[in-house]
Write a protein that binds this ligand. Structure first.
Ligand SMILES: [Zn+2]
Length: 254
């Protein structure tokens, strides 16, 4: 019983999206949440969710795709948000690593999409990179009613502490398995089991032992194994717990 709570199974990334989804489901991944990061990928996520029972979608404009958004963009995101299989607004957030020259635009997009999430009673999926303080500040200024998830959460103790305090879930991806992830165990230890999610963020960031290869949902078991090791519980237990948590935050019937 495993759920990949965040990935990008998109036609631009794989030759055969249908095969990837079918193979993942056959290998024991029971549910997959496909996230968009711009209009095209958000629409594609919804199409996949409508095609497969096991697939759900999150729609949103990510911080690296805010340059040509306008009011119409947000209207389309709002429209998509109303679709039955859309379970979150995301990924959204701030990324000063890839671009720190359009911070104003990034903040505006984040704020706009928090409003959309609140309007439709959806949680948000947050991407934050080199922007921890601003992300936390914005979440304190603009309350997200249904909370959400820090996806591929940076291994930053202060962020995890504050995110938990604000009521968010913490989702771990491939980097916690990397041999050079110094404080992975410590950060995993900080997160209570009832606030923990796992994800592949595929096609990026494949976990060990597949680091460097193209990632897909079948690798979710390696992230589950890592967390099970640190928390000293079984793989079955962590799979069930993170499955239930994802169903909880995204209001998916399990
Ligand atoms: Zn992502």
């Amino acid at each position: 019983m495993l759920i990949d709570s965040h990935c990008h199974v998109l036609s631009s990334e794989y030759d055969n999206v249908d095969e990837i989804i079918k193979d993942s489901i056959n290998s024991g991944v029971e549910k997959i949440i496909v996230n968009g990061y711009d209009l095209k990928t958000s629409k594609e996520a919804v199409e996949l969710a409508n095609k497969y029972d096991h697939v759900y979608a999150a729609v949103g404009i990510g911080p690296s795709n805010v340059t040509d958004v306008n009011d119409e963009t947000y209207d389309i995101i709002s429209k998509l948000a109303k679709e039955a299989k859309v379970v979150a607004i995301g990924e959204v957030g701030l990324d000063y690593y890839w671009n720190n020259e359009n911070i104003g635009l990034q903040r505006r997009a984040f704020r706009k999409q928090i409003l959309i999430a609140n309007l439709y009673g959806l949680p948000i999926v947050i991407h934050t990179r080199e922007a921890v303080m601003d992300t936390l500040k914005m979440l304190k200024e603009h309350m997200v009613i249904k909370k959400g998830v820090f996806h591929c959460c940076p291994l930053n103790r202060e962020l995890v502490k504050e995110a938990l305090k604000l009521g968010f879930y913490i989702s771990f991806a491939g980097p916690v398995t990397f041999k050079n992830a110094k404080n992975a165990d410590e950060v995993i230890d900080m997160v209570p089991l009832d606030r923990m999610l796992i994800e592949t963020d595929s096609p990026y960031l494949a976990p060990e032992p597949n680091r460097g290869k193209r990632n897909d949902s079948r690798n979710i078991k390696y992230i589950a194994e890592k967390i099970a090791n640190v928390k000293q519980i079984s793989l079955e237990e962590i799979s069930k717990i993170t499955y239930d948590n994802a169903c909880n935050v995204f209001e998916i019937k399990n």
